[in-house]
Design a binder for this molecule. Structure first.
Ligand SMILES: Cc1cc2nc3c(=O)[nH]c(=O)nc-3n(C[C@H](O)[C@H](O)[C@H](O)COP(=O)(O)OP(=O)(O)OC[C@H]3O[C@@H](n4cnc5c(N)ncnc54)[C@H](O)[C@@H]3O)c2cc1C
Ligand code: SF4
Length: 472
């Protein structure tokens, strides 16, 4: 523990954002780093409380008090090494993790948790700036070949760990570029794609072979891969979106969030959009259905397009603005969350059930809604309508797409339709096939995907070699 009285003397100060009018002009990241001194001051607030609840709250079990102490002492390189020992990609989580660690921090009891996420980001960003992050090539090759299918954070972490264990790793991805939902879902203003490219470069230098534009189950079969590889990791995510099959759903102008967000991310990075009908919010009244991260990203993107208005509706009642700490801490609390995209302009409404869509000449014009009761049913007599030229369905994902790879592999599924595998072995019910990330656990977070990818790699290494040095 660096400064014993740090938490008493230093106020919590978080990273600032560029002003709204400035950041809406483009799709660039807009977070302003705390700087070296600011970060050290914030790290000095860590009390090293003995029982590090933050460490347990973090899904990759980052050793937070240790690197806070190292940052406070100015030992940034050691802090980076420590951080990388538990997290392959701290620059992703340092930007987009909801930071359950901060909810668990003892200083969150008085609402002033240590700025763990900002410190994490500062450590790894400095590592890249200083040139400290280089490929870790294992010269001792095992001669074993592994196919990892899906290049989201789970597939990336799994592939990187396996390559570092000396295996010949081949990463298959149906999209044109690596990154999964971090590439095509999460907008550039939250995660610049050059941040992913940099890591992909490191992985390639470490020996991972990329096969982009290859849809397993369509372009190549699982049976073919089984013949070529000693083990297979399926990390294809939970891509099937939840639909809203109500009257009027077929009108033009009603889209799944990912159709809208994926297009925009491709537009920003100059990927070809040939033969794809553009979905633009420019000058439109936009209604986003669904109150989570995906909904927020639709709001931020719509405002950057120049929407006439943006409204977000959620079927759940409005959560409390502040949690009851005695009941929730150190767990993740249910409370009203206002994202940077919300701050950029949106009307939010809760406990709203969408009953039908209205339209003219095949194009959506309005949502017909009602207040929702506690069973999410429309309450008679509370009907109202919302003008809408563009409706974005951001109601989450029901699970992985089963047609193609999963059906072909013939693996068992759990009750929710995810690939069945436990969190010790990550082994499916088919020999040599493993699974991790959203494909196994259902829609989740980047940090959970990284954890599962790392642990799955360890299990595969053990399966192939009979022993493993990879960490869990
Ligand atoms: C819009 C949006 C915003 C989000 N924001 C956040 C956030 O701010 N913070 C956060 O922590 N989490 C966020 N999430 C959740 C997070 O992105 C996911 O939990 C995470 O990416 C899951 O990682 P994964 O590797 O398991 O799967 P994915 O990221 O979904 O990657 C799976 C990959 O597998 C590929 N694939 C699938 N099937 C095949 C096949 N048969 N052959 C070849 N390739 C295949 C897919 O193309 C995809 O690239 C967000 C999700 C969305 C949709
Ligand atoms: S990965 Fe997420 S939970 Fe873990 S330390 Fe970083 S911000 Fe916190």
């Amino acid at each position: 523990m660096g400064k014993i009285t740090g938490f008493l003397e230093i106020e919590r100060v978080d990273r600032d954002y560029l002003p709204v009018e400035e950041r809406l002009k483009n799709y660039n990241e807009f977070t302003i780093p705390l700087g070296e001194k600011g970060t050290r001051d914030q790290a000095a607030r860590c009390m090293d409380c003995g029982v590090p609840y933050c460490h347990n709250g973090c899904p990759v079990n980052n050793q937070i008090p240790d690197w806070n102490d190292l940052v406070y002492k100015g030992e940034w390189l050691k802090a980076l090494k420590n951080l990388h020992s538990t997290n392959n990609f701290p620059e992703f989580t340092g930007r987009i993790c909801p930071a359950p660690c901060e909810a668990s921090c003892t200083l969150n009891i008085p609402d002033t948790p240590v700025n763990i996420k900002s410190i994490e980001c500062a450590i790894v960003d400095k590592g890249w700036e200083e040139g400290w992050i280089t490929p870790q090539v294992n010269p001792n090759k095992t001669g074993r070949k592994v196919a990892v299918i899906g290049s989201g954070p789970a597939g990336m972490a799994c592939a990187q760990q396996l390559a570092r264990a000396g295996h010949d790793v081949h990463l298959y991805e149906k999209a044109h570029q690596i990154g999964g939902l971090m590439r095509y879902g999460i907008p550039n203003f939250k995660l610049d794609k050059t941040v992913i490219d940099r890591r992909v470069g490191q992985m390639v230098a470490e020996g991972v072979t990329l096969h982009t534009g290859v849809h397993v189950g369509h372009d190549v079969t699982i049976a073919q891969l089984s013949e070529q590889y000693d083990a297979i990791a399926m990390a294809g995510g939970a891509e099937k979106p939840r639909d809203l099959p109500i009257p009027g759903r077929a009108f033009d102008g009603i889209h799944f969030a990912m159709e809208f967000l994926g297009q925009q991310n491709r537009r920003v990075t100059g990927e070809s959009l040939d033969n794809i009908k553009p979905i633009l919010a420019t000058g439109k009244h936009v209604v986003v259905i669904g109150g989570g991260d995906t909904g927020s990203d639709c709001i931020g993107t719509s405002n950057r397009h120049g929407a006439a208005s943006v409204t977000q509706i959620e079927i759940m009642p409005m959560p409390p603005e502040k949690e009851n700490k005695a009941l929730t801490w150190p767990n993740w609390p249910l409370k009203l969350r206002t994202s940077s995209s919300h701050e950029e302009g949106v009307t939010r409404d809760f406990a709203v059930a969408t009953v039908s869509f209205s339209g003219e000449n095949g194009q959506v014009t309005a949502l017909n809604c009602a207040r929702a009761d506690e069973k999410f049913q429309a309450i008679p007599g509370t009907e109202f309508s919302l003008k809408a030229d563009l409706v974005l369905l951001a109601m989450g994902f029901v699970g992985p797409v089963q047609d193609g790879m999963i059906k072909e592999a013939g693996v068992d599924l759990d009750k929710r339709g995810n690939v069945l595998a436990d969190v010790l072995q990550y082994k499916t019910t088919k020999e040599k096939i493993f699974s991790c990330g959203d494909m196994r656990r259902g829609q989740s977070l980047v940090v959970w995907a990284i954890r599962e990818g790392r642990q799955c790699a360890r299990s595969i290494d053990l399966y192939l070699m009979g022993k493993t040095d990879l960490p869990r």
